[in-house]
Design a protein around this ligand. Structure first.
Ligand code: ADE
Length: 230
């Protein structure tokens, strides 16, 4: 079993690289991929850089070049659902692109012909996540994650995303990775820990909590790897 683990930023994969200890690196398309064997599982780890385009490139490279059979995404998100506090974990059951807009032609937000407004993640991986959460005695919520090429720090934009997509959290890479995986029949799992609440104080809170929340997510992902088929 070969598994790809993607984060968007160096801080999102640093705790994972620390756990695997030894790895080799390969540079492809101006991005570094870390190959490791962790407790008998072959891992390919990378941070994609921020946004939908870079994360699409990384997911595609992991699948086509490295032959990963599953992709796990780990990182931080802005919380929308008031139940989600800074440091809380959310697993996406489905994701959408909140900034994809051809409503001018009568289509709903987030939809283009040939695609779908929402893309689902793998149910077996989500089930495993809830088993891991129970074992770790941590709270894990499930919900819709909205992805877009914007750092949201504005109550009006946040409210648009909440009312249009009924989204619980937002970030900048999950849906693009999920779309690639869905198109290529690769099971995908998107996990985020909340770093801010996408309001006026979002950039301040992001700076303060991004690293600690990224570690919460990364530690959880590695517990999942422990439980995956060898
Ligand atoms: N990731 C974490 N916080 C975010 C925010 N407020 N907007 C977009 N992506 C994020």
């Amino acid at each position: 079993m070969k598994i790809g683990i993607i984060g968007a930023m160096p801080e999102e994969i640093a705790p994972i690289l620390e756990k695997v200890e030894t790895y080799t690196t390969k540079k492809i398309a101006d991005n570094t991929y870390y190959e490791a064997n962790y407790k008998g599982v072959d891992l390919v780890i990378a941070y994609s850089k921020i946004g939908k385009v870079f994360s699409t490139l990384t997911a595609s490279t992991m699948i086509y070049h490295f032959g990963v059979e599953t992709i796990l995404f780990s990182g931080v998100a802005g919380g929308i659902n008031p139940k989600l506090k800074i440091g809380d974990l959310i697993v996406a059951d489905k994701l959408c692109q909140h900034d994809l807009d051809i409503t001018a032609f009568g289509h709903p937000h987030g939809f283009v012909p040939g695609g779908a407004q929402f893309v689902e993640t793998n149910a077996a991986l989500r089930k495993l996540a809830f088993e891991v959460a129970e074992e770790m005695k941590v709270s894990l919520q499930e919900g819709t994650i909205a992805t877009g090429d914007q750092f949201v720090h504005d109550p009006e934009r946040k409210s648009f995303i909440e009312s249009t997509f009924n989204a619980d959290a937002l970030e900048m890479e999950g849906a693009s990775v999920a779309v690639v995986c869905h198109a290529l029949s690769i099971p995908v799992f998107i996990l985020r820990a909340i770093s801010d609440t996408a309001d006026t104080d979002a950039s301040f809170n992001f700076d303060a909590f991004m690293e600690s929340s990224a570690k919460i997510s990364a530690d959880f992902i590695m517990k999942m790897v422990d439980r995956l088929e060898r």
